[in-house]
Design a protein around this ligand. Sequence first.
Ligand code: PEP
Ligand code: MN
Length: 341
Amino acid sequence: MLVIMRDHASDTEIDHVVNLLHEAGAEAHLSRGEVKCIIGVIGDRDVMYALDLEGLPGVEQVVRVLKPYKLVSRDFQADDTVIRVANTSIGGQAFAVIAGPCSVETESQVLETAQAVKAAGATILRGGAYKPRTSPYAFQGLGEAGLRLLKEAGDEVGLPIVTEVLDVRDAETVASYADIMQVGARNMQNFMMLEELGRMDKPVLLKRGLSATIEELLSAAEYILKGGNRQVILCERGIRTFETYTRNTLDLATVAALKTLTHLPVIADPSHATGRRDLIAPMCRAAVAAGADGVMVEVHPDPEHARCDGPQSLPPRDFDALMVDLVPRIEAEGRLLGGEE
Ligand code: PEP
Ligand code: MN
């Protein structure tokens, strides 16, 4: 349920509504603009409706929300959420380019990649230290040593870092290195993990599950916001379809749809979506045109010898060419790479 307060409702009026909700056992989440305050209510529906809040001073309207998500919805917050990490932003006018290797392999590999993507204009460095691999015999990542190398490389070139937290038991460790915590596609509905990240004060990059619907993705994000952490970035990374030529199917309609349904930033990951180096540039262009707030691209100094996802990684030269092509398109959409300095 949403309680929409009248324009310029007073603090006393707002507090009164919030107190009544708390007394009735509900949670009240406030979204305050300069003029309007909207209160998102989470609690037993029947009890909430029985409160008859519409008659209270300062209350304009009570909206019954049928969707399973509230806090992530545009109804709750009309303005885009802008997430600031270090000296760069994602959302609003700011367009993010996240680039780096699938997995952190060696000190020189990650540093070389970091230097190349920074020079080309990337705004955030990525790299996996804990890797979710289909085969238990495949390279599983360097663990905490990988986190350290990624952070050192990020610090060296001046880029914030995003890395995956694979297990809720590693959340504190990953948070001590990462600027953004990535939840991988396979963990999108790991509700304990989502709740844990909801209690943390760190931006979360939430990837869409392999066969998750838009509603399931938004409901997963809702878990994080409900815990108090409003800094969530959604990522379309391709879904499973009957097509096998591409690794997954990049669902850009979902990017455009999400932009209307939620205030959270939405990015696209053409590397995991297509699995093919040759499709990354066209799909980045399409993502920009579809209204994405950023792209995530895998880059490796020597993709042929990458320990993970080489075929979908760009060598630095190609990433550089991609950025030269992409930046004017980003600006043509009225966006700014990394946002305002
Ligand atoms: C990744 O980005 O490193 C990754 C494993 O992606 P996904 O969870 O989308 O498969
Ligand atoms: Mn990968």
